[in-house]
Design a protein around this ligand. Structure first.
Ligand code: C2E
Ligand code: MG
Ligand code: MG
Ligand code: MG
Length: 280
C-alpha cells in the first residue's frame, strides 16, 4: 500500500521538488559516510558568569568537517540528521568527544572547573539506551557529576511531558544538569518550568537582539529573569553581541552570558587560550 502511494505521489513531483529530494538524498548519503569516517568535531563557546567575569561553562557545538565544503555549522545538516535518525550516532560521537575533552581539561588548572553543556535533539531523547549510554560514557572517561550538562528544547518537552519528566529525573541522578534551551520560541506552558525543575534556562537570542530598542522585548527578558530566579533557576542570555545588550542583561541581574560579544564558538585549543587570557 505504501508502495502504491509512493508511486502515485511520484507523478506530482515538480522539477524543483525532485531537485530538493535529490539534494536530501546526497546529504543523507554524505552524512552516513561522515559518521563512518568520523568527520565531526566539536567547538566550544564560552559562557561568562556575570558576578565574577569568569568562564565557568561552555556550550559544545558540533561542526562537520565536510570533505568538499570544509567546516560546516549545524544549520546545514542537523535537521536532515534529525529526520533520518542519524542524529543518534552523531550525538554519540559528539558526547564521546566532549567526555574526552573534559578528561583532558581536568588536568589543566584554568579548565578543570569549566562545565560543558551538550545539545540533545528530540530524537536522541527518545533513544531507550540514552541513560545507560551517558553513564557508560562518563565512567569510561572519568567524567564526574557536575562536569557535564545537557541542553534540551521546549519542543521535546511538549511532545511527551510525562515521559520526559521521568527521563530527566534519571539523567539528573547521574549528576547531569538540565538546561532549557531557546526559551520563549516554543509553545510550552509556564507550568513546565516548575514541573521539570530545570537547572538553567537559556533565553533565546531572538529576545536579546532588540532589548535596547524594543520595549516589549526588554520587558519580556526582565520578566523571564525575575520569574526564573523566583523558581530557583539560573538564566543564560544567548546571543549577546553588543555592549548595549550586555549592559542591559547585567542590569537585569542575569546570571550568565553567552554570545559573540565575548566570543564565537572556538576549537578546544582556542577555548583553552581564551580561558587562560581571562583568568590571568
Ligand atoms: P543552540 O543550541 O541555540 O546554540 C546556539 C547557537 O547560536 C550556535 O549556533 C551559536 O554559534 C550561535 N550563537 C551564539 N552566540 C551568538 C551571537 O552572539 N550571535 C549569533 N548570531 N549567533 C550566536 P550553531 O553552532 O550554528 O548551532 C545551531 C544549533 O544547532 C544549536 O542552537 C543547536 O540547536 C544545534 N546543535 C549544535 N550542536 C549540536 C549537537 O551536538 N547536537 C544537536 N542535537 N544539536 C546541536
Ligand atoms: Mg544549545
Ligand atoms: Mg540556544
Ligand atoms: Mg538557538
Amino acid at each position: 500500500q505504501a508502495k502504491e502511494a509512493g508511486r502515485n505521489s511520484f507523478r506530482f513531483f515538480t522539477p524543483e521538488m525532485n531537485a530538493k529530494a535529490h539534494e536530501q538524498m546526497i546529504l543523507e548519503r554524505d552524512l552516513r559516510q561522515a559518521i563512518e569516517h568520523k568527520e565531526f568535531c566539536v567547538h566550544y563557546q564560552p559562557v561568562i558568569e556575570v558576578t565574577t567575569g569568569q568562564v565557568t561553562s561552555c556550550e559544545a557545538l558540533v561542526r562537520w568537517n565536510h570533505p568538499q565544503k570544509g567546516l560546516t555549522a549545524p544549520g546545514y545538516f542537523i535537521s536532515a540528521a534529525e529526520e533520518t535518525g542519524l542524529i543518534d550516532e552523531i550525538g554519540t560521537q559528539v558526547l564521546e568527544e566532549v567526555c574526552k575533552q573534559i578528561h583532558q581539561w581536568k588536568k589543566v588548572p584554568e579548565m578543570k572547573a569549566v562545565r560543558v553543556a551538550v545539545n540533545l535533539s528530540p530524537h536522541q531523547l527518545r533513544n531507550e539506551n540514552l541513560v545507560q549510554d551517558l553513564q557508560t560514557m562518563m565512567t569510561k572517561h572519568g567524567v564526574e557529576a557536575g562536569q557535564l550538562s545537557l541542553e534540551i528544547t521546549e519542543t521535546l518537552v511538549m511532545q511527551d511531558p510525562q515521559g520526559t519528566a521521568v527521563l530527566l529525573d534519571e539523567i539528573r541522578k547521574l549528576g547531569i544538569k538540565i538546561y532549557l534551551d531557546d526559551f520563549g520560541t516554543g509553545y510550552s506552558s509556564l507550568n513546565y518550568l516548575k514541573r521539570f525543575s530545570f537547572d538553567v534556562l537559556k533565553v533565546d537570542r531572538s529576545f536579546i537582539m532588540d532589548v535596547h530598542e524594543n520595549e516589549g522585548d526588554a520587558a519580556l527578558v526582565e520578566a523571564i529573569i525575575v520569574m526564573a530566579h523566583k523558581l530557583g533557576i539560573k538564566v543564560v542570555a544567548e546571543g549577546v553581541e553588543t555592549i548595549e545588550q550586555q549592559k542591559f542583561i547585567i542590569e537585569q541581574k542575569c546570571d550568565l552570558i553567552q554570545g559573540f560579544y565575548y566570543s564565537k564558538p572556538l576549537s578546544a585549543e582556542d577555548m583553552y587560550d581564551y580561558c587562560r587570557s581571562t583568568t590571568a
